[in-house]
Design a protein around this ligand. Structure first.
Ligand code: NAD
Length: 277
């Protein structure tokens, strides 16, 4: 018996990284999944974003767990595309019980040098995209008087970070948004919580630009990233963590184990906030 038997989960950013871990964990625990991803490159993002192949590859991985998967190409900045993804999910699987609003981008620059386009893409995806994702599922969850929404924030939703003003603003913003969604949906039996990941090893963080950032110079290597991860976290032996640590926390929040938990944010940061908070 799984913790999510018979449930249906819609996961934004489901093509790879944490989104794929959410999909496989939800499926392993008995849920069918709707995978939503832009599967395209945004102009201000310097690392390679997910591709159509990444999105397609997640489907057989879910099916190998004996659950169904529907992949939908959609941009979380586009309400029409999200509404369509929700409609297709309901048509295919009959309902949506869970939303994991995970899609996000990570770019950098001193706040006075950020271009308007960079600011707009960041806020559009990482903040407004979460609102639009929740807006797309809310009427259905209200009608069913049940549901769970998990939002991916960051430790940068709890603290500043040099060169991340737009990311910090968005990730703080989604915590406020989470509390309001939790408040407004509580009378309808729908819960909403968020997670603050520490450093997670995904294609967002594991690339030359991130290696250089942790090295403090060009020509950085993966070893610099790993070393930086140890310094970032307080817990012994914890460098960049696998996406599974976040998927496990979302699983708890989406399951009946957390039936009385709503309106909270959970750092999953190997003690990072102890060092800085
Ligand atoms: P990732 O780049 O591997 O995955 C992000 C996914 O979101 C990609 O598949 C991408 O295509 C998708 N996406 C981006 N913009 C989109 C849009 N407009 N519409 C639909 N899909 C879109 O990175 P990840 O580490 O798996 O990131 C998942 C979440 O975790 C993000 O919200 C990120 O900010 C957050 N986070 C990551 C870390 C980390 O260390 N990796 C730390 C804290 C928070």
């Amino acid at each position: 018996m799984g913790l999510l038997d018979g449930k249906v989960a819609l996961i934004t950013g489901g093509a790879r990284g944490q989104g794929r871990a959410h999909a496989l964990t939800s499926a392993r625990e008995g849920a069918d999944v709707v995978l939503v991803d832009i599967a395209d490159q945004l102009e201000t993002v310097p690392y390679a974003m997910a591709t159509a192949d990444d999105l397609a590859e997640t489907v057989p991985q879910v099916e190998a767990l004996d659950r169904r998967a529907l992949a939908v190409t959609a941009d979380v900045r586009d309400q029409g595309q999200l509404d369509e993804a929700v409609s297709r999910g309901i048509a295919e699987f009959g309902k949506i019980d869970i939303l994991i609003a995970n899609a996000g981008i990570w770019t950098q620059g001193p706040f006075w040098e950020l271009s308007e386009q960079s600011w707009d893409e960041m806020i559009g995806v990482n903040l407004t995209g979460v609102w639009k994702s929740a807006k797309a599922v809310a009427p259905h969850m209200i009608e069913r008087q049940s549901g769970s929404i998990v939002i991916t924030s960051s430790v940068n939703g709890l603290e500043p970070g040099a060169n991340y003003a737009h990311y910090v603003a968005a990730k703080h913003g989604v915590i406020g948004l989470m509390k309001n969604i939790a408040l407004e949906l509580a009378p309808h039996g729908v819960r909403c919580n968020s997670i603050n990941p520490g450093a997670i090893k995904t294609p967002m963080t594991d690339h030359q630009g991130a290696w250089d950032m942790f090295a403090g110079h060009e020509g950085g290597t993966e070893a610099d990233l790993i070393e930086g991860g140890y310094h970032f976290h307080a817990l012994k032996g914890m460098t960049f963590m696998p996406p599974q640590v976040i998927a496990d926390t979302a699983l708890y929040l989406n399951s009946d184990l957390a039936a009385a938990v709503t309106g909270v944010t959970i750092p999953v940061d190997a003690g990072h906030m102890l060092l800085t908070g």
